[in-house]
Write a protein that binds this ligand. Structure first.
Ligand code: GSH
Length: 220
């Protein structure tokens, strides 16, 4: 699918922009991008190339701003840079509490949301590494795929009878899970074996803010 350049395409014309999200289309940066739009936040976007570390439309390397060399990262107008997708979405949710994307600190709901963010980050997201990265031994990919399938079966069980991970309400981990589930087909995992998962993906994809995000990244 052709990808459009998404350089500095801010969502609204409201007041001055407070933050810039650095992203690569369809990568794990899709999650905070969805969360920013779900929260109705004002932000700028900067597309980057995660291989060359170049910023699209500029000669500068993004590693000058984020030496980790990965997306996502969020640059605030005071110069602070926040890395780690699971942390970025909590920052956005805390700044926009009325969105309900992140429950209040200290509540059991917050703990459950953090459990999901951590599980999606370490057990699902990073589980794709040995399949995507050709530098791993060839034996690693089927092992990684098998582990992912065990974890996805768990996720499917948790989604049974629910609209979203936390029940009726869409929260930040749904943005992260949706992002990661979109990679399954590319590595030959058939999500139709767990009917609750494709139904969930269609529900998330149907949200107006998610549609806007996918369009902004040139994914639809
Ligand atoms: N721990 C980071 C990992 C982010 C990550 O793996 N980003 C990938 C894209 S999905 C990336 O930028 N990879 C390029 C690289 O690390 O060189 C997070 O959770 O935000």
């Amino acid at each position: 699918m052709p990808r459009k350049s998404c350089l500095n395409s801010n969502r609204t014309n409201k007041k001055e922009t407070e933050m810039k999200l650095y992203f690569s289309p369809g990568a794990c940066s899709l999650s905070p991008h969805i969360v920013l739009r779900e929260a109705g936040a004002d932000f700028d976007l900067q597309q980057v190339d995660t291989r060359s570390k170049e910023m699209v439309g500029s000669d500068s390397l993004f590693t000058d701003i984020n030496p980790k060399g990965s997306v996502p990262f969020l640059q605030l107008d005071d110069g602070e840079v926040i890395t780690e997708g699971a942390v970025i979405v909590q920052y956005i949710g805390d700044k926009n509490p009325e969105s309900g994307l992140i429950p209040p600190a200290g509540s059991m709901e917050r703990i459950r949301v953090q459990e999901w963010l951590s599980f999606i980050g370490s057990d699902l997201h990073k589980g794709f590494g040995p399949i995507f990265n050709p530098k791993y031994m060839p034996e690693a990919a089927p092992v990684a795929k098998g582990l992912l399938e065990i974890r996805l079966a768990y996720v499917a069980g948790e989604l049974e009878g629910k609209d979203y991970l936390m029940g009726d309400k869409f929260t930040a981990p749904d943005a992260y899970l949706f992002t990661i589930l979109n990679w399954a087909k590319k590595v030959g995992i058939d999500l139709d074996q767990w009917p609750d998962i494709p139904a969930y993906m269609a529900r998330v994809a149907g949200r107006p803010a998610v549609q806007e995000t996918l369009k902004a990244e040139g994914l639809i």
